[in-house]
Design a binder for this molecule. Structure first.
Ligand SMILES: NC(=O)c1ccc[n+]([C@@H]2O[C@H](COP(=O)([O-])OP(=O)(O)OC[C@H]3O[C@@H](n4cnc5c(N)ncnc54)[C@H](O)[C@@H]3O)[C@@H](O)[C@H]2O)c1
Length: 260
């Protein structure tokens, strides 16, 4: 029980990494606010947590909107008495995934990617830090970055938003350290079995062909796709006291991709 009694908020908890991590956090003893723009999907996540004996509540949120992010963090305090852990995990893909070059992006697409992938992390970090300082006793932030923010991967604007997430993570780690606040980021490579590829116009989530999944995995030196559960396992470590002296880290969960 690495997270016994902790109060955690997980964004994007209706699918993929967010859902898998909400389940893992709850299995490790955390009480979890599961937040997502899809009320239906996040309510299903809460049902799955409860089925395994865990404690969770569902909150509908658009993480690009400041008042909604504040409300999401408030609900952790309302339900569980305080906020210990925030996982800023929401991200949307490059439109026309696999095809859109920098010059193909419209200004509206650029603004949407920045709002959902980067402004959301700014808002989450800002209001979690304010809350942690008010409560006292520190706190933990985990952000989902990407290998696309570490190296050129394709998806120029998406990669730029994730590079921004990485720099925010480091800044919060340094500024928060005197207050016992830690901040780290996960940097996954290709996870074809979440709904992310479908959101970028490739396949239909779990209905992606076996060949497409194989091809995505073949990009990594270890030769297999990254899974949401791979990220959830890394997330549990980074938010737990096992990583009590780890901050400002951008952890690739990438089958060796950026080591090449
Ligand atoms: N899947 C990949 O190949 C991959 C690779 C590297 C990084 N990532 C990152 O991993 C994270 C999780 O992605 P995933 O693969 O689990 O994707 P996913 O599409 O399966 O899940 C994302 C969730 O975020 C929710 N969401 C979208 N916009 C939102 C908003 N404005 N407010 C609140 N919720 C919103 C969606 O409803 C969905 O439930 C993202 O940050 C993504 O950028 C994914």
């Amino acid at each position: 029980m690495l997270l016994d009694g902790k109060s955690a908020v997980v964004t994007g908890a209706g699918s993929g990494v967010g859902r898998a991590t909400a389940l893992r956090f709850a299995a490790e003893g955390a009480r979890v606010v599961c937040a997502d723009i899809s009320a239906e999907r996040v309510e299903e996540t809460v049902r799955l947590v409860e089925k395994t004996g865990g404690t969770a509540v569902a909150v509908r949120v658009d993480v690009a909107e400041e008042s909604e992010v504040v409300g999401m963090l408030d609900s952790a305090v309302e339900h569980f008495g305080r906020l210990d852990i925030l996982f800023n995990n929401v991200g949307i893909p490059t439109p026309r995934l696999g095809g859109a070059l920098l010059e193909d992006h419209t200004v509206a697409e650029f603004d949407r990617l920045v709002a959902v992938n980067l402004r959301s992390v700014f808002l989450g970090c800002k209001h979690a830090v304010l809350r942690f300082k008010e409560q006292g006793g520190g706190g933990v932030i985990l952000n989902t970055g990407s290998v696309a923010g570490l190296v050129g991967w394709g998806g120029a604007v998406y990669g730029a938003t994730k590079g921004g997430v990485h720099q925010l993570t480091r800044a919060v780690a340094i500024e928060g350290a005197p207050f016992g606040i830690r901040a780290n980021a996960l940097c996954p490579a290709a996870m074809p079995q979440t709904n992310f590829f479908a959101a970028g116009g490739l396949g239909q989530g779990a209905e992606l062909s076996e060949e497409a999944v194989r091809q995505a995995g073949a990009q990594h030196p270890l030769g297999k796709p990254i899974t949401a559960e791979d990220c959830a396992a890394a997330a549990v470590y980074l938010v737990s006291e096992s990583a009590g002296n780890v901050t400002g880290v951008l952890l690739p969960v990438d089958g060796g991709y950026v080591a090449r």
